[in-house]
Design a protein around this ligand. Structure first.
Ligand SMILES: C[S@@+](CC[C@H](N)C(=O)[O-])C[C@H]1O[C@@H](n2cnc3c(N)ncnc32)[C@H](O)[C@@H]1O
Length: 561
C-alpha cells in the first residue's frame, strides 16, 4: 500500500458502476457452492483444525457464499473442541460495499447457524460481529490480520469507477497501475492483511498473470509472497452468471516460494472439483492432476503456465532471438479509431474536400484469405505534423461536421478536448499510407497476415507492421508460420477451443532471426510460400530460419487454411 491513510467519504454515485444484463451491479458474480468448497480446501480452512484459533477474511462477500460455508466449518471445528461459540466473534470478517448484499449475507449466515442449532443470541452476536458494510479498499482494519483470505473479488474496469474513487485507490495501491481492474488492488490489500504463513485463495480473472496491467502485482507477489498453486478453469465454469473473463483459482502464501502446482480443472463440475480437493489433501501423491513447477517466475515476468516442456522450448527461442521491434525500424501499430465510424467513414465521393479523405482498409475488405480493394475513406482530421487541421480551411468538411455536431461532440475524445471537438481518437499517420505494410486482424480465431502494398490506411481493429530492414514478404512468411504462432500461444490468454488471437502485446513478443542472417535462397523460398499461402512449406522453412528441428506439439486451432 502506498500514500496516506485517511478514510475519505464517497457518495453513492461514486459507487454506482452500472447494471449488468442480469440486473446486478457490475463486479457482482456469485460463486457456485462446490467451487466455494474447493477454495476453502485450497486455502486450508479445514474443520479438523482448531479454526477457533484462526481468523478468516472474505473481502467482498456478495450474498455470503463463502461466509456461510466457512461458518459451517468453523462451528464443526469449534464443537469438536468444546469451544464456547460466543468466543468466535473475531474468527470471521466479511465486507461488501453493497448494503443489500450485506443484508442478504447476514440473513443467509443467520439461517445457516440456526440450522446448526446454534442458540439465537449467539447467532445474532456472531452475525453482527462478522459481517460489515464497507469499501474493503478503504476500510481501516486497525491492525487486524488474517490466517485465511478467501473469496471472489469484484471485476470492475477503471472506466466504470468515478474519477475521485479511482484516484484514491491509485494513491493507496501500487498495483493499481496502467488499466488494472479493481480485482488487482483487492489482491494487493488482501495480501497485506495476511499473517505470517497466512494464505489467500481467490477465484478471479486470469488476465493479471500475463498482461501489462498485472506487472506490478506479479512483482509484488514474487518479491514478498509465494504462489502455492494455480488452477486453470474453462470459461464460465465457476460462476452463477455468464461472465466474459476467464477464471482461475490461485493460492498465495505469506512465506517462502517453493514449488508450484498448476492444475487444469476444465469445466469444474462437482466431481472434478472433489477429485482436485482429494488430490490436494493427498499432497504429492495426488500429483497426477498437476504440472509441477520446481521454480516460479521472477520479478514481473508473465506467468506463462504452458508446462515445463513448452517453457523450455520457449526459453531457448527467447535466449537466441531478438524481439520483433528490436530490428531498428520494424513497428507494430494499430489502425485508426474515430469514436464515431458512422460519421467518419464515408464514400469516396462524399461532399468533403478530397484532400481530407484517405482510403481506409477495413476488416470486411479481407475475405477468403485475400485483401480486396477498399471502397470507403476515413476523414483525416490531422495535418502531416500531427496537429489538428484548421476547420475553417475546409468549408465542405466544416459543414459536414456541423451537421453531425451533436453526435461528434458526444464522443469521449471531444468532451476531453472541446477546442478540437471534431478530431478522431487516433491521429492518422499520412506518411504511412503509401508504405507497404503487413496487416493482421485483431479478432479471435484469426492468425492471418496479409501484405498491403501502400494504398490505404488500416481501421482500428487491424494491426499493421511496417519495416525497412525486412522484405515484408519474408517477414509475413515468418509471422504466418507455426513458430510465430507458438510465441503467441505461449504468451496469450488461451481462448476457448484452442483459438489463437493476435493482440499487439503478444505480437510484440514474437522473436525473429536477424534479417541479414538468413540465406538469400531461404528468404526467396519463404517469400514465395507467403505469396502462395503455402503454410505447410512456411512451417518447414521457418524451422530452418530459426535453426530448430521441431517445435513441441502445442494444442491450438489452426485457422490458416
Ligand atoms: C464477484 S462478487 C463476489 C461475491 C461473492 N464473493 C461470491 O463469490 O459469491 C463481488 C462483490 O464485490 C462487491 N464489491 C464491489 N466493490 C467493492 C468494494 N470496494 N469493497 C467491498 N466489496 C465490493 C460487490 O458488491 C459484490 O458483491
Amino acid at each position: 500500500m502506498v500514500g496516506q491513510l485517511f478514510t475519505p467519504t464517497f457518495s453513492k454515485e461514486d459507487y454506482s458502476v452500472g447494471i449488468r444484463t442480469d440486473g446486478e451491479s457490475h463486479g457482482v458474480v456469485m460463486t457456485k457452492p462446490h467451487v466455494v468448497s474447493l477454495l476453502l480446501d485450497l486455502v486450508g480452512y479445514d474443520p479438523k483444525e482448531a479454526l477457533d484459533q484462526c481468523a478468516l477474511l472474505e473481502p467482498s462477500c456478495g450474498k455470503g457464499a463463502f461466509v456461510v460455508a466457512a461458518a459451517r466449518r468453523l462451528i464443526e471445528s469449534a464443537r469438536a473442541r468444546n469451544v464456547d461459540l460466543e468466543t468466535l466473534g473475531l474468527a470471521v470478517f466479511a465486507t461488501d460495499i453493497d448494503e443489500a448484499h450485506i443484508e442478504e449475507t447476514k440473513a443467509n449466515v443467520y439461517e445457516a447457524l440456526l440450522s446448526l442449532e446454534v442458540p439465537e443470541p449467539t447467532v445474532s452476536l456472531l452475525v453482527e460481529s462478522w459481517i460489515k458494510s464497507a469499501d474493503f479498499l478503504l476500510h481501516d482494519f486497525d491492525g487486524r490480520t488474517y490466517d485465511f483470505v478467501v473469496g471472489n473479488p469484484p471485476y470492475i474496469r477503471i472506466e466504470q469507477l468515478s474519477r475521485a474513487l479511482l484516484s484514491e485507490y491509485r494513491c493507496r495501491y501500487e498495483s493499481m497501475s496502467d488499466r488494472a481492474d479493481l480485482y488487482v488492488p483487492f489482491i494487493e490489500r488482501s495480501l497485506e492483511l495476511l499473517k505470517p504463513h497466512g494464505r489467500l485463495t481467490f477465484i478471479c480473472a486470469d488476465r493479471w498473470t500475463t498482461n501489462r496491467y498485472g506487472a506490478k502485482l506479479r512483482q509484488l507477489v514474487t518479491a514478498r509472497y509465494a504462489l502455492k498453486s494455480y488452477v486453470q478453469l474453462d470459461h464460465n465454469a465457476a460462476f452463477e452468471t455468464e461472465v466474459s473473463a476467464y477464471p482461475s483459482i490461485f493460492t498465495i502464501g505469506n512465506d517462502q516460494q517453493e514449488e508450484v502446482r498448476v492444475f487444469q480443472l476444465g469445466d469444474a463440475t462437482p466431481d472434478r472439483a472433489r477429485e482436485l480437493s482429494n488430490s490436494i489433501r493427498q499432497g504429492r501423491n495426488g500429483d497426477q492432476m498437476a504440472t509441477v513447477y520446481e521454480e516460479w517466475f521472477q520479478n514481473d515476468e508473465p506467468w506463462i503456465m504452458i508446462g515445463p516442456n513448452f517453457l523450455e522450448a520457449l526459453r531457448s527461442l527467447e535466449s537466441r532471438f531478438g524481439l520483433i521491434e528490436e530490428h531498428g525500424d520494424t513497428r507494430i501499430r494499430i489502425g485508426i479509431a474515430t469514436g464515431a465510424d458512422k460519421i467518419y467513414i464515408v464514400d469516396r465521393d462524399a461532399e468533403i474536400e478530397g484532400s481530407r479523405l484517405v482510403t481506409l482498409l477495413q476488416r470486411n475488405d479481407i475475405q477468403k484469405g485475400r485483401l480486396h480493394a477498399p471502397e470507403k475513406c476515413v476523414i483525416n482530421t490531422s495535418v502531416d505534423s500531427g496537429a489538428t487541421i484548421a476547420l475553417d480551411e475546409y468549408p465542405r468538411l466544416k459543414a459536414y461536421f456541423e451537421s453531425n455536431k451533436a453526435l461528434i461532440r458526444k464522443r469521449h475524445v471531444a468532451t476531453k478536448d472541446p477546442e478540437r471537438w471534431f478530431r478522431t481518437i487516433d491521429r492518422l499517420h499520412r506518411d504511412l499510407v503509401g508504405e507497404p505494410k503487413l496487416i493482421i486482424p485483431d479478432i479471435a480465431g484469426s492468425t492471418e497476415v496479409f501484405l498491403e502494398t501502400g494504398k490505404s490506411y488500416p481501421h482500428h481493429n487491424l494491426y499493421f507492421i511496417t519495416s525497412k530492414s525486412w522484405d515484408l514478404e519474408v517477414l509475413g512468411g515468418l509471422l504466418s508460420s507455426q513458430v510465430a504462432l507458438f510465441f503467441v500461444w505461449s504468451y496469450a490468454i488461451k481462448m476457448r477451443g484452442g483459438y489463437l488471437r493476435f493482440q499487439a502485446q503478444y505480437l510484440r513478443k514474437i522473436r525473429l532471426p536477424e534479417p541479414d542472417s538468413l540465406p538469400e535462397k531461404l528468404k526467396t523460398e519463404i517469400a514465395k510460400a507467403f505469396c502462395d499461402r503455402d503454410f505447410i512449406s512456411l512451417d518447414r522453412l521457418a524451422l530452418q530460419a530459426y535453426g530448430i528441428e521441431t517445435l513441441p506439439d502445442f494444442p491450438f486451432k489452426d485457422t490458416r487454411y
